[in-house]
Design a protein around this ligand. Structure first.
Ligand SMILES: Nc1nc2c(c(=O)[nH]1)N[C@H]1C(S)=C(S)[C@@H](COP(=O)(O)O)O[C@H]1N2
Ligand SMILES: [Mo]
Length: 433
C-alpha cells in the first residue's frame, strides 16, 4: 500500500514552484554527496548527545525542587529529579563547561552539515508522501531547533543576563523541540548515515588533493549535484576547514575554564578580563556597583542573621572570624561556561546551623542584602549544607573578600552552580523538612 499523495496534486505543485526554487541549480559543488554529509553527521551524532545531556543536567543542578531552575514549571516535561551531589566538587564545572564549550566548538560542523544538505532543503514539491512529509517536518524541528539553540546560547554567554528569565525558558523549550526533531531524524537517517560512511574511504579522501577530487555519484536522496561543477577545494580541505574552525573556537574559549594565561585568549566571551593583580583577580559577573551594594551596607554596621527552629542569632564579622575557620580550594562555575578555582576560608554552613540549634537541617534559604536582581537569594539542599567543605566564605586566597566578590560574606559549596553562591549574604534561614 502506498501513502503517496494523489498524482494530480503532485503535478500541480510541480508546475507551480515558488519563486527562488530554481536557485538550487546554482549549487553545484562536487563535494556534496552522501559521504561528506555522513562524515559531518557522525561528528554531530558523537557530540550533540553530550551537549544535550549536560544541558539537562545543568537544569537539575539549579535545584528545580526549590523552584529555582528556569523555567520553574515545565509540566510533563519535567526531568527525573535527584538531589544534585556535592561530589566530585568539580562536577558542575565539568557539566556546564562541556555544555558551553562543546556547544560552541560544534558550530562549524553544524554549519558545514547544513551546507552539505542545503539544496535538499529547497526541493520542490516538498513531499511526495505522508512519510516524506513527516520526515521534512522533523527537519524543520532539527534545523530550526539547532539554529535557535545556538543563537540563544551564544547571545546568553555574550551578554550575561540580557534575557533575564526568558533565555532559560526559551533555551529549555528549544532544547525539547530539538531533541524531538533529532530523535526522529536519527531514527530515519541512521541507515543512510552508515551506508554513506561506507561509500568512500576516509583515508583515501585525506590523501586526495583538489585536482584529484571527483564528484560523488548520483544518489537516490539527491545530495550529490546533478550537474556538478569543478572542485574548488578537496574534501580533505573542506574537512580541514571545519576542523580549523573548531580548533579556533576551542582556543578562544577554553581559557575560561583553564585559567591562567589562557584567559587572555578568551575572545568569544566578555569573561577573559583581568581584575587587577592579587588574590581577588578572578571573574566577577555582577559587580557591587551593578547590584547597588555600597560600602555603607557592608561596613562595620553589617550583621548576619541566622535563623532556625524558632531561634535567631545576629553576628558581626569579628564574631564569624572568631568561629572555627575552614580553608579549601573550590571552583566557582557559572552556567555561562566560565569557571575558576580559588582558595576560600570561612565558617562551615553546618556550624552556623548548630548556632541556632539545628543539627540536621534539610534546607537553607540564603538572602543577600542586594535588594533587586535575579540572583539575590538561593536555596540549598540538605547535602549542600552538610558537606564538610560548604561554607560562608569570608576570605579568598588569604585576603578578605573584595566588595565585588561578595564582602563581607558569600556562599561557597562544592559542585554548586555559581549562581547560587550568593554574595553579600544578609541572612541564612535553616529549615527542617
Ligand atoms: N547577591 C548576588 N550574588 C551572586 C550573584 C548576583 O547577581 N547577586 N551572581 C551569581 C553568579 S551568576 C555567579 S556565577 C557568581 C560569580 O561570583 P564572582 O562574581 O565572585 O565570580 O556569583 C553569584 N552570586
Ligand atoms: Mo553565574
Amino acid at each position: 500500500m502506498s501513502y503517496g499523495f494523489p498524482s494530480r496534486l503532485w503535478r500541480t505543485l510541480e508546475r507551480h514552484p515558488p519563486p527562488g526554487v530554481g536557485i538550487t541549480q546554482a549549487w553545484r559543488s562536487p563535494l556534496r554527496g552522501p559521504w561528506l554529509t555522513a562524515v559531518l553527521s557522525a561528528v554531530l551524532l558523537a557530540g550533540l548527545p553530550l551537549v544535550i545531556v549536560t544541558g539537562l543536567l545543568d537544569y537539575i543542578a539549579y535545584g528545580p525542587r526549590f523552584g529555582q531552575a528556569f523555567p520553574a514549571g515545565v509540566g510533563w516535561l519535567h526531568l527525573p529529579l535527584f538531589d544534585w551531589p556535592t561530589r566530585p566538587a568539580w562536577l558542575f564545572q565539568v557539566t556546564q563547561g562541556l555544555h558551553v564549550i562543546l556547544g560552541l566548538v560544534l558550530i562549524p560542523a553544524v554549519l558545514a552539515k547544513l551546507w552539505s544538505v542545503v539544496p535538499k532543503l529547497f526541493i520542490w514539491p516538498p513531499a511526495r508522501s505522508i512519510a516524506e512529509a513527516l520526515e521534512r517536518l522533523s527537519l524543520v524541528l532539527v534545523v530550526g531547533g539547532i539554529l535557535f539553540q545556538i543563537a540563544t546560547g551564544v547571545l546568553n554567554i555574550q551578554y550575561a543576563y540580557l534575557f533575564g528569565f526568558d533565555f532559560y525558558t526559551a533555551h529549555y523549550y528549544g532544547a525539547w523541540v530539538f531533541i524531538a526533531g533529532l530523535t526522529v531524524h536519527v531514527a530515519i537517517k541512521l541507515p543512510r548515515l552508515l551506508a554513506g560512511l561506507r561509500s568512500r574511504s576516509l583515508g583515501a579522501e585525506l590523501r586526495t588533493s583538489r585536482a584529484g577530487t571527483r564528484p560523488e555519484p548520483p544518489d537516490p536522496d539527491g545530495l550529490a549535484a546533478t550537474h556538478p561543477g569543478p572542485a574548488t577545494m578537496s574534501r580533505r580541505g573542506a574537512l580541514a576547514l571545519v576542523a580549523g574552525g573548531t580548533l579556533l573556537i576551542a582556543v578562544l574559549t577554553a581559557g575560561q575554564v583553564l585559567g591562567g594565561v589562557t584567559r587572555r585568549a578568551v575572545l568569544l566571551l566578555p569573561r577573559g578580563r583581568s581584575y587587577g593583580s592579587g588574590p581577588t583577580d578572578f571573574q566577577i559577573n555582577r559587580t557591587a556597583k551593578a547590584a547597588a551594594v555600597t560600602p555603607a551596607d557592608t561596613g562595620s554596621g553589617w550583621r548576619l542573621t541566622v535563623r532556625g527552629s524558632g531561634q535567631s542569632m545576629v553576628l558581626d564579622r569579628p564574631a564569624l572570624r572568631a568561629m572555627p575557620q575552614h580553608t579549601v580550594r573550590l571552583p566557582i562555575a557559572c552556567v555561562e561556561g566560565w569557571s575558576t578555582v580559588q582558595t576560600w576560608t570561612g565558617v562551615r554552613l553546618r556550624d552556623l546551623a548548630s548556632l541556632v540549634g539545628m543539627t540536621s537541617p534539610d534546607s537553607a534559604h540564603v538572602q543577600s542584602l542586594e535588594r533587586s536582581g535575579l540572583f539575590n537569594h538561593a536555596s540549598l539542599q540538605r547535602n549542600q549544607i552538610h558537606d564538610r567543605d560548604s561554607m560562608l566564605a569570608l576570605r579568598v586566597n588569604g585576603a578578605d573578600l573584595s566588595l565585588d566578590h561578595g564582602y563581607p560574606a558569600r556562599v561557597i559549596v562544592p559542585a554548586l552552580p555559581g549562581v547560587h553562591c550568593t554574595k553579600w549574604v544578609h541572612s541564612i534561614e535553616y529549615r527542617s523538612g
